[in-house]
Design a binder for this molecule. Structure first.
Ligand code: CP
Length: 305
């Protein structure tokens, strides 16, 4: 089975065969990014609109690079410079942009479900580039590709996701994806940052970092999302860092071949120390490199429908 959907809205509803198809295609397209001339004509004549209502560096840039390397035309709308500031609704924005006949919308929004609403109201494809605390499917796909490149498999691996699970769409998409692919996922953090009933998604829960990471093949460190912490969920950043910040001393408890991942952006010295972020176990920049290949694969599959 290939991938015959109109939209990519989340990992939760994907079949294992669809995830495998996307990752295999991304692996084959990655070679284009190593060429001197990094461009192929595959999506010539196709139009991609990036609709970003939240800040982004990696996702937005890599979707744009991915589209351009496939020769699509791209346009970017930022919430702060769009007619949203004059009161235009998201649906009206969509309908007006759709009248210009784009092929794909890449959407980031603070409201969970916003890309789903857009997908129901347009003939164009919609890719969820992160919606609220819900899903960030392209991030999970690039994370899976990065793990496979280094560990040659996902099945049977122990992946520990550390930190602010509650606010993390990256954690949710990775839990759905990694468990489908046979990995054992443990989430680890302070009780206030672990969502209730997260076990129902297939993850185990731990509250002591050294116990969680003892036999982990992969440690996925999450950004502490200060912008989403309206309630006082933590006594202080210093206390969070003391108990859950990943530093070289904490890593002495981990396997010698552990992979350190982080979706970015990093709060250096809070959830991860610079020595670990830049150290020998880190594959953080490999994740960024793979982001372009995964997003090329997604655009290729959706824009060519
Ligand atoms: N990982 C991620 O989504 O990063 P950006 O917010 O910079 O896109």
């Amino acid at each position: 089975m290939g991938f015959n959907r109109k939209d990519l809205l989340g990992i939760r509803d994907l079949e294992v065969s669809e995830i495998e198809h996307i990752l295999e295609l991304a692996q084959s397209l990655k070679e284009i990014n190593m060429r001197a001339i990094k461009k192929v004509p595959t999506l010539r004549g196709k139009t991609v609109i990036h609709l970003f209502y939240e800040p982004s560096t990696r996702t937005r840039t890599s979707f744009d690079i991915a589209a351009k390397r496939l020769s699509a035309d791209t346009y970017s709308i930022a919430g702060s410079t769009s007619s949203m500031v004059k009161g235009e609704t998201l649906l009206d924005t969509l309908k007006n942009l759709e009248a210009m006949r784009p092929d794909v919308f890449v959407v980031r929004h603070s409201a969970s479900g916003a890309p789903h609403m857009l997908a129901r109201n347009t003939e164009a494809s919609v890719i969820n580039a992160g919606d609220g605390m819900h899903e960030h499917p392209s991030q999970a796909l690039l994370d899976m590709l990065t793990i496979i490149e280094h560990k040659k498999r996902l099945d049977g691996l122990k992946v520990v996701i550390v930190g602010d699970i509650f606010h993390s769409r990256v954690a949710r998409s990775n839990i759905w994806g990694l468990t489908k692919m046979g990995a054992k996922v443990t989430v680890c953090g302070p009780t206030t940052l672990i969502p209730p009933k997260i076990e129902l998604m297939g993850a185990q829960v731990g509250y002591k970092l050294d116990e969680c990471i003892a036999d982990a093949d992969v440690i996925m460190v999450l950004r502490l999302q200060k912008e989403r912490q309206q309630q006082m969920l933590l006594p202080s950043l210093r206390e969070y860092s003391t108990y859950f910040g990943i530093n070289p001393q904490k890593l002495t408890k981990a396997r010698p071949d552990v992979l350190i991942m982080h979706p970015g952006p990093i709060n250096r010295g809070v959830e991860i120390s610079p020595e670990v972020a830049d150290g020998p176990y880190s594959v953080i920049l490999d994740q960024v490199t793979n982001g372009v290949a995964v997003r090329m694969a997604l655009l290729y599959l959706l824009a060519q429908r």
